[in-house]
Ligand binder design. Sequence first.
Ligand code: HEM
Length: 648
Amino acid sequence: MSSPLLLDVVAKAHEMLTVGTVVVLVFTLVVTYVTSTFLQLLIRQARSPLRHLNGPQSQSFFMGNLQEMHDQENNNLIARWEQQYGNTFVYRGFIGGCRLMTTDPVAIAHIMGRAYEYPKPDFLRESLSSMAAGNEGLLTVEGEDHRRQLRDIWYDISSSPHPHLSSDDHRFRHSPSDPFAGKQKDTSSGHTTSILLKPFSAFVSSKVPASRQTDKGLELPRHSSDLDEPPASAPRTPSPDTPALTKVDVLPWLARATLDVIGEAGFGYYFDSLPAAMQGAGHENELARAFGTIFNSARKFRVITILQAWFPILLRFRTNNATMQEAQDTMRRIGLALIEERQAKFVAEKAAADHKRSAIGDEQVVEGRDLLSVLIRSNISSIPSQRLTLNETLCQISTFLSAGHETVSSALTWTLYALARAPHVQNKLREQLRALPTTAFNAATPLPPPLFYAIFRNPYIDAVVREALRLHAPVTATMRVAAQDDIVPVSRPFCDRYGRKRDGIRLRRGDIITIPLQAMNRSTEVWGEDAAEFRPERWEGIGDDEEGQTSGVRQGRGQRGQGPPGLWGNIMTFGNGNPIIGNRACIGFRFAINEMKIFLAVLVRDLEFSIDPSIEVEKKINVVTRPCVKSEPDMGNQMPLYIRPIPP
Ligand code: HEM
């Protein structure tokens, strides 16, 4: 054998050995990683005191009860389990891991009141971070970072006697008592302060573009995914002398409208996603499209989603990675543009101020109280420990954009659904709205401040919003993990799986807890036998006390003898407790409530919403609860309602 040939053979053998070795090494590493993760899980499970609690049978070795849980909104699951096992029990998660489920108000107050001892589990943070374009925003950070961010954002916004979300926008403020003190919006930009939804306003003001008007009314795309296609035809016209009924999928329109509102009110930015969509195919606003991608991405329960939670390496192989990445890049790009634009404005303002004032810190110049000003003030703070990094600022922007619009659009969608299913409530609400001190709502002119006051303070509008938020909480449940061993107090003893009475829930570090926000809102023990009914009258004659809790709600077993827990109105919809004392709860709740009231006032006054009684609408959970028509699963999220203008 010649020596070059020998060398060639040796080189080949070496190459094969190297490739083979690498393959074996990688395989061994993967097997070790998977086995050790499984083992850790099994050991943790075997040591968790939760294994002694009562609870439903696991349905599958790998997935436990997770499939049932995913569909919990449609099968009254938690109430059934509660009836069977009491208000404190366990269900099974991945490979049979016990997860605590409790509706005990004292236990909930204990857990949710200790934000840093009970952080969000990593897999929840991972799932939330997709909508916040990263995990450095308020919704996903933990510990000291959360404390610092909350201090910067919440305290800054709430330190003003009349804090509001935009320095130059008088529409939405935190203080319900005097929401209009301060500046009026400058309308010279050509943007109107009216938030009348343009597609709906068409019915009210007949200002429908001629090209889109038909004898059946205004034709609108049915679903966000249909936007590239010609709009669907309206299904029917009942009779020539009654106003046309038009079928509209209200979900994407409300999503666009609420995106426009948070953009303008929170960041002084005009997404104009409603007018863009009105122009038809191909004109959808890119950010609205990006949010559509993110919130539609996990519609179905998939085993891979659960596996990804435990084996994050699998996230790299997501099928929709490229689309999600594109959506997140869009958020990031728009966020950066917002920051740059506002920073430039502040630099110019500072230069002007420098002429007048000699020694002044940068951050003092940024005087606006809108969210963006608050974020940028923190970003340029001269005290490093208080500074928000650029990445944090960006994540904060997408957090507020998504937390601030998807939740409200879900809430409004379900409110219209509830009103469509309860015409007597809708009629009563309309009567109240028509009695308000105004002659017309009109898309082109701002609502006058006295009308805002009247809307915010109207008891029936308030009752409708409370009842809709109680019965249709956009966030069904949240989760926490015990960061250390603990014994959680309960309001009354419960039985474990051996029938022994327990007066506390023992937790071991790493145990996972589900807080069933929606199930608590529907507890018959607190709300009575008609808890599942949409009945705004239950709120009549009761209002908020100074802490936002509702006096007059049936006394539950809440903390220290108060009513049931909840940040607002004794419902769990916005989480529990007060962010000021270290709880994690919604910091946009006032904004959301006020926004809902105005939308409802504008929409319901002159439009009637009804629903085809033959369709069954189901709830699908994808961070927020979105509707699907049971018989049309392939249509994805939708809420088809009939709309008809009501003559004055
Ligand atoms: C009906 C509308 C809304 C609902 C039902 C809602 C619900 C919630 C819930 C349940 C949480 C707590 C999640 C947890 O701790 O696990 C939360 C947190 C949060 N919400 Fe809302 N929200 C709404 C509107 C808004 C709005 C309009 C904004 C902003 C303008 C907002 C901003 C936030 C932020 C930043 C957090 C994270 C707070 C923290 O962890 O410290 N939300 N929301």
